[in-house]
Design a protein around this ligand. Structure first.
Ligand SMILES: Nc1ncnc2c1ncn2[C@@H]1O[C@H](COP(=O)(O)OP(=O)(O)O)[C@@H](O)[C@H]1O
Ligand SMILES: [Mg+2]
Length: 333
């Protein structure tokens, strides 16, 4: 990764001029994300900071994101292709994923009166748990664990390619020993309704935090309800901090106990009561997916095409950020 050595040595970085920005995909608190073309005309994604009153903080966050992304190398995580500086602002270049966010896909299914097929949910869970296990296993050059935790596992940060592959994106608030920026106490990152008890209670965040967040995603996909969302920010935080997650079985009595137990164990209030690690979780979800009707490869393409045929193209649904509201699935009673 020559560009990283360059950056860490403080040498002149690659310029954004090498990339042609085509279409803005998203704009958020930290910056903007563009669909772009590299010098060879290949599609890539450029993420860069925006002008802000807090520019110095944004630049530190971006530097942390670049370092953390550079430590990752997994088929379910977009590759970091380049990073540099332009007009005093940093940017990073990622492999472009052709697909839909899980958020859009589940909106689409909901609009058509369906849930995602159980087999697909299990495969998504297994894929994301594998990507997380990879992140959790990263070490520095002296062999010490980086304790790289994503901290923002939500439907918007999970993508499904048109071929049905599962990808975990957005290490924008990930934390590891590589981070230079110290997280202020009481900072809540990402979408609060997907936070774990230790995140909202300011406890130590660990690998088990990502497992809890994935548990919320899976619980909602299986049940068709929101788990903690609804009401004011304080209400959501209170719910996460004081209640154990409602039993999935209550909403889906038809699901096998093996599935409901696996999801509920991710959602254990105390981190030590969750699965031993995301690799173990990935193995379990993968085995369960094998038993279900597999929705993969051409199966996935035809399932998606069926939804599209009903006039519901996920590409045409506005992004969650553009809507500025939480998804409106009914809240668990
Ligand atoms: N590698 C990628 N390939 C395709 N789309 C991407 C990629 N990375 C990000 N996006 C799109 O841009 C959006 C915002 O990117 P993300 O990294 O999640 O930044 P933010 O911090 O704004 O949430 C994503 O929800 C996704 O739609
Ligand atoms: Mg995001």
């Amino acid at each position: 990764m020559h560009f990283l050595r360059r950056i860490f040595r403080g040498e002149p970085a690659s310029g954004l001029d090498n990339y042609r920005l085509r279409r803005r995909l998203a704009v958020g608190g930290m910056g903007e994300v563009w669909l772009a073309q590299d010098p060879e005309g290949r599609p890539v994604v450029v993420k860069r900071t925006l002008d802000s009153d807090d520019q110095a903080v944004l630049e530190l966050c971006m530097a942390d994101e670049i370092r953390n992304m550079a430590a990752l190398d997994h088929p379910s995580i977009p590759a970091l292709l380049d990073a540099g500086e332009h007009d005093g602002r940093q940017f990073l270049v990622l492999e472009h994923i052709r697909g839909d966010s899980l958020w859009r896909l589940s909106r689409l299914a909901q609009a058509a009166g369906h849930r995602l097929p159980d087999g697909l949910i299990l495969r998504i869970g297994a894929g994301i748990a594998e990507a997380l296990a990879h992140a959790h296993s990263r070490r520095d050059e002296t062999g010490r664990l980086l304790h790289l935790v994503h901290r923002d596992v939500t439907p918007e940060n999970i993508m499904i390619t048109h071929r049905g592959e599962v990808k975990l994106i957005d290490f924008g608030v990930a934390h590891s020993t590589l981070n230079e920026r110290v997280t202020a106490p009481g900072s809540i990152y990402g979408k609060v309704a997907y936070n774990s008890p230790e995140q909202v209670l300011d406890g130590p965040v660990s690998e088990a935090t990502d497992q809890f967040q994935l548990g919320v995603v899976l619980w909602e996909l299986f049940s068709g309800h929101r788990l903690f969302a609804g009401g004011s920010l304080a209400t959501v935080i209170n719910r996460i901090a004081s209640e154990s997650a409602q039993e999935l079985e209550h909403f889906r009595p038809d699901l096998s106990v093996a599935i409901t137990d696996t999801v509920m164990r991710c959602l254990a209030f105390h981190p030590e009561d969750r699965h031993e690690g995301c690799d173990q979780l990935a193995y379990r979800l993968g085995k369960l997916a094998e038993i279900m009707d597999a929705v993969e490869g051409s199966n996935y393409a035809s399932w998606r095409a069926t939804l599209m045929a009903q006039g519901l193209d996920p590409q045409r649904l506005p992004s969650a950020a553009a809507q500025r509201t939480e998804p409106t699935l009914p809240q668990a009673a």
